[in-house]
Design a protein around this ligand. Structure first.
Ligand code: SF4
Ligand code: SF4
Length: 318
């Protein structure tokens, strides 16, 4: 697969990356062997850029997939929500131990929101120190926010940015409001111009755009400022579909069968605002005992109306 230099990091990444989140306990909860086999299949087919996070609890899949693996060009990215110095340092040590690597290629502040760079300055300093100590090679942040992506462009120590981008603009935020695709494109271009490495997340908008598979990929891979596009996989067939697309062998009329997919609310992300409940035409969203939204699959029409209105992309389809 084609590779690109990730900004000024000197790290080469494949144009498509493997997001490990979907196979993990918060989504498909695949058995270890099954998940690892999917990841290994993707590595064998040429996808050599892996994204995970401390809170995904997916290191065991990666470790298993890397057993006996001789590829020397695999780039691993992880990230942590920790706000303080020691928490971030521990997150890096945890990743190193879990995947048995002395150096994690890329480590990020996970899902940074407006105002948080100040609140999480301890964690950021930890990443700067970890890079100086050779524990990680590149540091940066992931975000759904245009304003944070803009800020990233002018952060001297920051090497890489992992922003949310998709053709429909699902989930793109500025402050407390939604923002446009154009705004995020411009912020990404500013990062690229500043020498940052940029790879995009949620090309399918959390699953809502999978029915427009090729349109979603055409858009994401058509963004010249993106060095890579991270795609979440939970099935071998999904890896093969992507490879067909990347290698130009996909029927222009093809879209994957999403009839078995269901809509869920990610309980880690839901803020209980009620926007999805108000948008649901089927009365399929209810409050659980934690005061958070959940979907009643006996009522859900999989119409997708709830997904775009969620301010934190907690409504997902898999
Ligand atoms: S997909 Fe449609 S029916 Fe299902 S929970 Fe969302 S808005 Fe309601
Ligand atoms: S819109 Fe999102 S954050 Fe708000 S209640 Fe629904 S799932 Fe939770």
């Amino acid at each position: 697969m084609k590779k690109n230099l990730l900004g000024n990091t000197g790290i080469e990444v494949t144009a498509a990356g493997f997001g490990v989140l979907p196979m993990g306990p918060s989504q498909l909860a695949l058995p270890l062997e099954e998940g690892a086999a999917i990841l290994r299949h993707a590595l064998d087919r040429g996808i050599r850029f892996i994204d995970t996070a401390q809170y995904y609890n997916t290191y065991p899949y990666i470790s298993k997939a890397l057993e006996g693996c001789t590829y020397d060009d695999i780039v691993l990215c992880s990230k942590s929500l920790c706000a303080d110095y020691e928490g971030m340092m521990e997150a890096i040590r945890e990743a190193q131990a879990a995947v048995d690597r002395e150096v994690i290629n890329i480590f990020l502040m996970h899902e940074v929101r407006p105002g948080q760079m100040e609140e999480r300055s301890g964690a950021w300093q930890a990443l700067i120190d970890a890079k100086a100590q050779g524990l990680v090679r590149a540091i940066g942040l992931s975000t759904h926010h245009v304003d944070i992506t803009e800020q990233a462009a002018s952060m001297p120590e920051l090497d890489v940015v992992f922003p949310l981008i998709n053709y429909a603009g699902l989930g793109i935020r500025r402050g407390d409001a939604f923002a446009s695709v154009t705004e995020m494109e411009q912020a990404i271009e500013a990062c690229k111009a500043a020498g940052k490495g940029v790879f995009g997340m949620k090309a399918f908008g959390g699953g809502s755009l999978t029915v427009h598979y090729q349109q979603a990929l055409d858009y994401a891979f058509g963004l010249s400022a993106l060095d890579s596009v991270m795609i979440g996989f939970g099935k071998t067939r999904e890896v093969d579909d992507l490879m067909d697309y990347m290698e130009g062998r996909m029927d222009p009329g093809y879209n994957p069968d999403v009839s078995e997919k269901k809509v869920y609310v990610n309980q880690e992300d839901c803020e209980g605002c009620g926007a999805c409940k108000a948008a649901c035409p089927a009365g399929a969203i209810y409050w659980n005992d934690n005061g958070l939204a959940e979907v009643d699959h006996t009522k859900c029409l999989t119409c997708g109306y709830c997904s775009p209105v969620c301010p934190v992309r907690a409504v997902i389809m898999y």
